[in-house]
Design a protein around this ligand. Structure first.
Ligand SMILES: *Cc1c(COP(=O)(O)O)cnc(C)c1O
Length: 377
């Protein structure tokens, strides 16, 4: 028997109040009961996304909403730009190419952020670009892109801006309407503190105009079906009803704390986690670190073993690197239902693992550094 601590960048732990909703009896979704819940959720989602537009809920993981944002805006042979700085940015390229869309990739080295000036330049020489796809917080490298500036640039063109906010929503300041973002997608298992299984998408009027002419074949992921059902407070297909109840509860908790307060809470956790990594003698990875996951470079000889020992011996799960970064970085999440005490647990255990691996560290130093930052709040 081992107590488990989930400190991974998705899925994240979920509050007990939310988890209990999933244990409630299954009820039917074509009922007044569901309509009441659905209306409440509609308002809550608008708040979390900071938009006045309708936010559609789809039963799928976050990638399903990414797929919707490709298949519903475009047609075969259309040209788009993907500005990517990591694994999740690259996923836009794979989805679009899978559907026969022409992709102009604007890539930076992993660890760097997308350069708004590059987006501006590429849009100027390629006026046919229908949409620009970017990521808010790039979970694979821990950086945050400047969506506000990118929104300003793209809004002056005919292209729509599509943002993957799966890991960033709730944890990182993000304002759909104010920042002139046309399409935002997200998922349930990260900042929203829910089990995996729900995806979300919001579209601006500019994006809807594009959606009207989209010819890529689709059925389950046809956003027009979701729009039509939304009008009568329903979903086109059977929703995961208890997960919807859980969503209502998590949205209530977020509202209770206040979105801006939550942004600040994660900002503090991120600061503390960075201090902890430095005190462990690790170099932080990437420029512009985000507030939902802290990424640090680890010696290659012990890279893979840290994550394994941490989980097997102490029941603490953090994440390894993806792709070329495997074994070279560790990713310590502070998104969703991860709080101050979890940070202390994580860093105390990291110290023990480092000691076991023969790394010369001073026990308690990282924990003290984390405490120091947390006490400043
Ligand atoms: C987790 C994540 C996704 C989606 O992953 P799913 O496994 O499909 O839910 C997409 N983008 C980013 C940035 C993510 O962190």
């Amino acid at each position: 028997m081992k107590k488990h601590y989930l400190l991974t960048p998705g899925p994240t732990p979920i509050p007990l109040e939310v988890a209990l909703k999933e244990a409630l009896p299954i009820f039917h979704h074509r009922t007044n009961e569901f309509v009441t819940i659905y209306k409440d959720i509609a308002e809550g989602l608008k708040y979390v996304f900071q938009t006045k537009n309708e936010v559609y809920t789809v039963a799928s993981s976050g990638t399903g909403a990414m797929e919707i944002a490709v298949t519903n805006l475009l047609s075969l042979g259309d040209e788009i730009m993907v500005a990517s700085c990591g694994n999740f940015g690259d996923r836009w390229i794979k989805i679009a190419e899978g559907y026969g869309v022409k992709v102009i990739s604007v890539l930076v080295k992993w660890g760097k952020v997308v350069k708004p000036a590059d987006i501006e330049r590429v849009l100027k020489v390629n006026p046919n670009i229908k949409a620009v796809y970017v990521t808010l917080t790039e979970t694979s490298t821990g950086v945050v892109n400047d969506i506000k500036v990118i929104g300003e640039i793209v809004s002056k063109t005919n292209a729509v801006l599509v943002v993957d906010a799966v890991s960033g929503l709730v944890g990182q300041e993000f304002r759909t309407d104010d920042w002139k973002v046309d399409v935002v997608i997200s998922g349930s298992q990260k900042g929203l503190m829910l089990a995996p299984g729900l995806a979300f998408i919001v579209l601006s009027d500019k994006a809807w105009a594009l959606a009207e002419s989209s010819k890529i074949p689709k059925f389950y992921f046809d956003i027009k079906k979701y729009k039509k059902s939304y009008g009568v407070n329903e979903t086109p297909f059977t929703p995961p009803v208890t997960l919807i109840l859980a969503l209502q509860e998590s949205l209530r908790l977020i509202k209770e704390r206040g979105l801006e307060n939550m942004w600040n809470d994660y900002k503090l956790l991120a600061k503390a986690a960075r201090a902890g990594m430095k005190a462990l003698g690790l170099k932080l990875f990437g420029e512009a670190p985000c507030n939902v996951v802290t990424v640090a470079c680890v010696p290659v000889e012990i890279g893979c073993r840290i994550v394994k020992i941490l989980r097997e011996k102490y029941g603490v799960s953090i994440a390894d690197g993806q792709g070329d970064l495997k074994g070279k970085i560790i990713r310590f999440a502070h998104m969703g239902y991860i709080g101050k005490v979890d940070l202390l647990v994580g860093f105390a255990c990291l110290e023990m693992v480092f000691a076991e691996l023969g790394v010369n560290i001073e026990k308690g130093k990282a924990v003290a550094a984390v405490e120091e930052e947390l006490l400043k709040a």
